[in-house]
Design a protein around this ligand. Structure first.
Ligand code: SF4
Ligand code: ZN
Length: 319
């Protein structure tokens, strides 16, 4: 689906109830009112969770809550769709001056509003430095550095709170961007890893309940449910390749509705076909410095934090 907020009068009517429409599904060519749009998103997220058996009874589920739009919607949806689930919101504070304070307050307010346990871990506590210090002199690599360290911090925090799984707010746009970025980099390991998942000793398995919902629809859901305050954008955002890939895919989606879904589904089909082909992948072992699983001597985060390793090549992970 592709969302378009209604713009020109007269407003089209909801296909299901005749109320004024707020959303145009350009693939299904139908308008929905606010209530039916909200119900439709909730039903699709429910289907995704069931289709991939993302959450099972008794799971203690950590929900990655940055305080931004996607993670805020995710927390509310899981709270609503999974009554009785053992949810704990987990937030990593990277330490980004002028940006993180507001989103942290938003994360705390949302967790409190829903009565959900909330745990926070900062880069400073874990690594001894905040992101602003860590990217000093290498600003063009800010998102790559942030992604690697946040991934490790999030895994550490999920382990600390005793979670068996970690839910993240990645939406359909994020997934399509990741596919395209992996191909643009020729990153064979990541292309193949997407199907295999990231489970392994010491790694908390991740699930993405919003992975089939376009970003615009996640945002519209949050607006209709009154979840968002005006939030600042990360000052390092312009350094990411992802931003340019996002622009390309958004433009393609506008002209050719369904493009992002096709990119993601095409990758999944390809990965399934490639799965039976044996590959010589290195077994995971414990990082010599931190003990986290890695295919080399040191994990990516330790290579990055080590004065020698910090000069090595960084592969930007998914955010
Ligand atoms: Fe980190 Fe880049 Fe996202 Fe900012 S935009 S939070 S630096 S990944
Ligand atoms: Zn390590």
């Amino acid at each position: 689906m592709t969302a378009d907020l209604a713009s020109n009068a007269p407003p089209p009517s909801c296909e299901l109830c005749g109320q004024p429409g707020v959303f145009l599904d350009r693939i299904g060519d139908r308008h929905l009112c606010g209530d039916h749009f909200v119900a439709d998103v909730e039903q699709r997220v429910q289907v995704t969770i069931q289709k991939y058996a993302m959450i099972r009874p008794g799971d203690r589920l950590a929900v990655a809550l940055s305080g931004g739009k996607d993670s805020t919607v995710l927390l509310h949806l899981l709270h609503r769709l999974m009554p009785g689930a053992d949810l704990v919101a987990v937030t990593v504070n990277e330490g980004i001056d002028g940006y993180r304070e507001a989103t942290l307050r938003s994360a705390e307010a949302n967790a409190r509003r829903l009565g959900i346990e909330h745990a926070i871990l900062s880069f400073h506590d874990l690594y001894g430095k905040n992101l602003d210090e860590l990217v000093h002199g290498r600003l063009t690599r800010a998102c790559g550095i942030c992604g690697i360290l946040r991934r490790k911090a999030m895994n550490t925090l999920a382990r600390q709170v005793g979670a068996g799984k970690l839910a993240t707010g990645h939406n359909l746009d994020d997934e399509a961007q990741s596919v395209l970025m992996n191909w643009l980099r020729g990153d064979r390991e990541r292309i193949l890893r997407r199907l295999e998942g990231n489970a392994g000793p010491g790694l908390i398995p991740r699930v993405k309940p919003l992975m089939e919902i376009p970003e615009k629809e996640v945002a519209l859901y949050g607006i209709l449910k009154g979840l968002f305050l005006e939030l600042p954008e990360c000052p390092y955002r312009h350094t990411a390749l992802r931003g340019e890939v996002r622009g390309i895919l958004t433009s393609l989606e506008r002209g050719h509705p369904g493009t992002m879904r096709q990119v993601v589904e095409g990758q999944a089909r390809l990965s399934r076909q490639l799965a039976p082909i044996p590959r010589a992948s290195r077994p995971l072992q414990a990082c010599e410095l931190c003990g986290d699983p890695t295919s080399g001597r040191l994990c990516q985060a330790c290579r990055l934090l080590d004065p020698e390793g910090g000069t090595g090549t960084l592969v930007s992970p998914d955010p």
